[in-house]
Design a protein around this ligand. Structure first.
Ligand code: NAD
Length: 399
């Protein structure tokens, strides 16, 4: 029988919800490329419930305990002697969400000799040292596509919010003002602008599709070129390097995974090639950007705005400069954990566990590492190596 550690974010400060704003969520059976949504044998939760916090338990307890397994659920993951560290010594499976990641560093692998499987409930497995996973023969899987469209919606919202100056204008209402000139002195239309995505995978391509009706010119960069039919349908301009994309675009959105080749790809040097007054939206991973270079670019006006929901590390220290830099539209890491998204990735987590316990193969598209090498989406979208360096700083949030 296995021990499973599930690291989840804390419940709402006023308690786990007893009712919800809506009575349910639309049922999504297939994603745009035809991939089916998760297909577990059963689900012990009602779609639309809060599953990603500690009391939600991703809806897994009944299923796991009925099979005789031990489930430990905690939010205590960082710093000396965290519950995660205390429980690792005999754990077979670790589950966590990128929003509140269990940073599975090489040190933690060394402390977990029985570890066989790490599941990312959601998408993006950079919080696991993938090099260490390969070396220890641990499988890493995520619930591919479960929240890609959720994030793309968030990107579209943030592009419009920044360019149209939504948040400062909202603030004037709260301050009992009617300061139209203050609101519009930084407000533009997106129509006619050039928007470019760094990566046109599931999220990036969806962002391009969502922005097309606003009358923007669409650009992309990816290490895998899209089919010609899609390039023609969306009238896309392809760039084979970041400099060329940023020189052409008014709005840049990052939608690639974090791995050694993409870490700090936006830095003081590469920011010089952005148009003055460009907007940068990053819902992919905080460490794709150099933290201080973003602050400087906003202060100097090289960037007109920066928005996103991803930070490094997570939770972000209380004095993280992105909380207070000018012209930002940051949120905590939420875009991929709407109640709609949670339903899908909780179901996908259960599907992966059902496969694992019954000896069935995990869907190829869910795999990041298997058999000592990158596999599935991991082979397509990542590079070998480790991107967890510096994650111990997450403990500073507690202090
Ligand atoms: P995906 O695998 O469909 O797409 C990733 C794309 O990145 C691929 O097309 C790949 O070729 C491209 N890519 C990888 N390395 C590259 C490089 N060096 N240069 C150019 N392109 C490169 O994944 P997805 O579903 O689109 O998700 C992308 C990422 O978004 C995830 O890995 C994760 O980090 C992030 N994400 C964030 C949230 C959130 O809640 N904010 C939720 C889901 C995913």
């Amino acid at each position: 029988m296995a021990k499973i550690i599930c690291v989840l974010y804390d419940d709402p400060v006023d308690g786990y919800p007893t009712s919800y704003a809506r009575d349910g969520i639309p049922e999504i059976l297939k994603y745009p490329d035809g991939q089916t949504a998760p297909t577990p044998k059963a689900m012990d939760f009602k779609p639309g419930e809060l599953l990603g916090s500690v009391s939600g338990e991703l809806g897994l307890r009944k299923f796991l305990e009925a099979e005789g397994h031990t489930l430990v659920v905690t939010s205590d993951k960082d710093g000396e002697n965290s519950t995660l560290d205390q429980e690792l010594f005999d754990a077979e499976i670790v589950i966590s969400q990128p929003f509140w990641p269990a940073y599975m560093t090489a040190e933690r692998f060394a402390r977990a000799p029985k570890l066989k499987l790490i599941i990312t409930a959601g998408i993006g497995s950079d919080h696991t040292d993938l090099q260490a996973a390969m070396e220890h023969g641990v499988t890493v899987a995520e619930v591919t596509y479960s929240n890609s469209n959720s994030v793309a919606e968030h990107v579209a919202m943030m592009i419009l919010g920044l360019v149209r100056n939504y948040i400062p204008s909202y603030d004037w209402v709260i301050k009992e003002g009617w300061n139209i000139a203050d609101c519009v002195a930084r407000s533009y239309d997106v129509e006619g602008m050039h928007v470019g995505t760094v990566a046109a995978g599931r999220i990036g391509l969806r962002v391009l599709r969502l922005m097309k009706p606003f009358g923007l010119h669409l650009h992309y960069l990816d290490r895998h070129r899209l089919p010609e039919a899609i390039e023609q349908e969306l009238n896309l301009t392809y760039h084979d390097n970041l400099k060329s994309l940023t020189e052409a675009c008014d709005i840049v959105t990052l939608n690639c995974p974090l791995h050694p080749q993409t870490e700090h790809m936006v830095n003081a040097e590469t920011l010089k090639h952005f148009k003055r007054g460009a907007y940068l939206i990053n819902t992919a991973r905080g460490k794709l950007c150099d933290r201080d270079a973003i602050v400087s670019a906003l202060e100097s006006g090289q960037l007109a705005g920066y928005a996103g929901d991803v930070w490094f590390p997570q939770p972000a220290p209380r004095n993280h400069p992105w909380r207070t830099m000018p012209h930002h539209g940051m949120t905590p890491h939420i875009s991929g954990t709407s109640l709609s998204a949670q339903t899908r990735y909780a179901a996908g987590t259960r599907e992966i566990l059902e496969c694992y316990f019954s000896g069935q193969p995990i869907r190829q598209e869910y795999l990041i590492v298997e058999g000592g090498k990158l596999a599935g989406v991991g082979a397509h979208s990542y590079s070998p190596g480790n991107a967890t360096g510096g994650s111990e700083e997450a403990a500073r949030f507690k202090k």
